[in-house]
Ligand binder design. Structure first.
Ligand code: FE2
Length: 288
């Protein structure tokens, strides 16, 4: 099965400079509408066949935090579905059907699902990765984000390097709008040029390995007056620098806002064992 991109293989010098200047780059019509549909259909199949009983148990047990931490921490080399925080009512029942309750699928779709593997590993994307500075890009994680109608939660302002840390910092995000993203359904916002900030925090596994903590490196607040919305059409690709602050507000509309995202790191960068995302030795990171 082949995925075809409309853009030429390489970025222009102007696009590369724009990325370096702003910390992000918007590439419209990068993915065909047909391919957006293919990915949306595949994601709905994954949700349909996902056994949600385990996750419902997690959200309703007394030891919720410990169980949900483990469910999350073990997902680096698996395909798991995560509920929206507002998905369950006080009795532990889903307020909406399964397909409208999942927040995201993660985190190794690019390795384990043939459709997402095929979409994620193309010469075009490898060329873009090289153009934005990678020498030996490795795909670290992939996520399918639903941003569900009514209950799609806010994602607070953050830098991706907080969650996917390497030395030196090398993470970059490839984000694909699979549906139109607008102010109404919770589009992404960024602070142009904000990637020139220092890393403000690091998210890591605690010493026992069964929970997580946030280490604050710089507690100055983000200047939210500088945030600009990225209202984009389905098929748009956005490249995000790992230090770029970005966020999205809750989706209270009747529309979904589906997106697929993958994060790349440099092959020779040091990947600490305290990063939350760890994979089994049988599944080493691969590039394109
Ligand atoms: Fe992010």
């Amino acid at each position: 099965m082949g995925f075809f991109f409309k853009e030429s293989m390489s970025l222009t010098q102007r696009q590369i400079e724009s990325f370096e200047q702003n910390g992000y780059l918007v590439l419209e019509n990068f993915v065909s509408q047909e391919d957006c549909v293919k990915l949306r259909v595949r994601a709905s199949e994954i949700v349909k066949y996902f056994d949600s009983s385990e996750s419902v148990t997690i959200f309703t047990t007394n030891e919720q935090t410990r169980h949900s931490d483990r469910f999350f921490l073990e997902s680096g080399d698996k395909i798991r579905c995560f509920f929206e925080e507002e998905a369950l009512d006080e009795n532990g029942d889903l307020k909406q059907p399964n397909e409208f309750s999942i927040n995201k699928i993660g985190h190794a779709m690019h390795d384990l699902d043939p459709v997402f593997d095929s979409f994620s590993r193309t010469e075009e994307l490898e060329a873009v990765a090289k153009d934005v500075g990678f020498k030996d890009p490795r795909i670290l994680q992939s996520m399918y984000i639903f941003k569900q109608p009514k209950i799609g939660g806010e994602v607070g302002c953050h830098q991706d390097a907080t969650f996917l840390y390497t030395e030196p910092i090398s993470v970059k995000g490839f984000w694909f709008a699979l549906e139109d993203a607008s102010l109404e359904n919770g589009c992404m916002w960024t602070i142009p040029g904000g990637h020139r900030n220092v890393l403000k925090s690091r998210f890591f596994r605690n010493k026992t390995g069964d929970g997580t903590e946030m280490e604050i490196l710089d507690d100055s607040p983000w200047d939210k007056s500088k945030l600009v919305p990225l209202e984009v059409n389905a098929g748009t690709m956005v490249i995000l620098h790992g230090l770029l602050p970005h966020m999205s507000y809750a989706n209270r509309s009747k529309l979904t806002r589906h997106a697929y995202t993958m994060h790349l790191i440099e092959g020779n960068a040091d990947y600490p064992e305290w990063n939350w995302l760890q994979r089994s030795p049988e599944m080493p990171l691969r590039g394109f």
